[in-house]
Design a binder for this molecule. Structure first.
Ligand code: ADP
Ligand code: MG
Length: 251
């Protein structure tokens, strides 16, 4: 999650998910962005969906109906498309509107025995993001290693706190992912240091470097591992997945 666009949320969701799947974990990726970038990244035909996150949130289909189980090896996809853009408004008058997703996914996740469920959030802190927070136990925040990386962070931290206190849902920020790291500039290094000063141990040791193969992969509908196994991007996400697997479960 990060309410800023273009910081690498979708790239991280797909490729961290793919790295975990490659290492033998069963992974579910949930696309919570009406733009459907995550779904497109893994080559789901989003214009022809009978079921999607939207129909799940509005009780028109079950999570099982809407999920493409093992779309790729060990990697299942709950896709979205532009229909989802109506959901925030439609859900406003629903009782328990912040926990609709959790209610819809809970038993399905348990039945399928997914090891990891990654939720790709839209670039906003609206009802869809709140639903992601009440569904998840942990928050990962990709931060672009550029100026203004930390701008707006207070609001994001406040929202996470609100979910914890007001909705009594145990959730922790457990992973800051420095993204779009440019080795050639001092700026990336300086911002990375600033991020580490601010968030301390919550920052992953691995950073995701700027890598043209990562930028190309979505247009081929492939994860970085299917697109270029030997790229820097693939190595970065493998390293990140190793760190994630070593993390203790916090909630
Ligand atoms: P968000 O989901 O936060 O909006 P994206 O993951 O879609 O961000 O990334 C924004 C753009 O930057 C996309 O075009 C993506 O392909 C590109 N991109 C993301 N991470 C990298 C990277 N490490 N190296 C090169 N391009 C990247
Ligand atoms: Mg995105």
């Amino acid at each position: 999650m990060n309410q800023k666009g273009g910081v690498g949320k979708t790239t991280c969701t797909v490729n961290l998910g793919a790295a975990l799947a490659q290492s033998g974990k069963r992974v579910l990726l949930v696309d919570l962005d009406p733009q459907g970038n995550m779904s497109l990244h893994v080559d789901v035909e989003i214009h022809e969906l009978d079921h999607s996150v939207y129909s799940v949130l509005t009780n028109q289909s079950t999570a099982r109906e809407a999920t493409i189980i093992d779309h790729l090896k060990n990697l299942s996809i709950l896709p979205s498309n532009i229909d989802l853009s109506g959901a925030e408004i439609e859900l406003v008058n629903t009782v328990g509107r912040e926990t609709v997703l959790r209610t819809a996914l809970e038993s399905f996740i348990e039945e399928e025995g997914f090891d990891y469920v990654l939720l790709d959030c839209p670039p906003s802190l609206g009802l869809l993001s709140l639903n992601a927070l009440t569904t998840a136990n942990e928050v990962f925040i990709p931060l672009q290693t550029e100026f203004f990386a930390l701008q707006g962070m207070t609001r994001l931290l406040d929202v996470v706190d609100l979910i914890k206190t007001r909705l009594d849902h145990p959730i922790e920020i457990t992973g800051i992912i420095p993204t779009l790291y440019d080795m050639r500039t001092n700026l990336s290094k300086e911002v990375e240091q600033e991020i580490r000063r601010f968030f301390g141990k919550k920052v992953f040791k691995s950073v995701i470097h700027q890598n043209v193969r990562l930028a190309e992969a979505p247009s081929h509908g492939k994860t970085i591992f299917d697109y270029d196994q030997n790229s820097t991007g693939a190595k970065d996400f493998k390293a990140l997945a190793r760190e994630v697997k070593r993390q203790k479960v916090t909630a």
